[in-house]
Design a protein. Sequence first.
Length: 106
Amino acid sequence: MKIRGKKVAFQIIDHWTNTMHMIERPLNVSMKVEEKGVSFYAYQHKVDEVVEEIKTNPNVIERFNLIPPFDIGPPPPEVDVSLLCILIAWHDRVVGVEPVERRGSE
């Protein structure tokens, strides 16, 4: 079952300040129902697109102070963040979303 444009939380770490941030962004996720419960996944290329948007969006960079205030001349230092995990709200709990490679005709 696909859920289009569901708001998920991208947990990232800023390597300049060693600070974790949670940034909400829409992402198409799929739900898989198994005996042990439900699991969620999203295609890796879509996850990469959102992470790249986070790294290049000036509003996000300013709001979360992703570039430290260096007093050195241009060019400014680059955003140095990594994705830790993706979380989604599901039935009063938080569940991880696993990035997966695209398969076949999907």
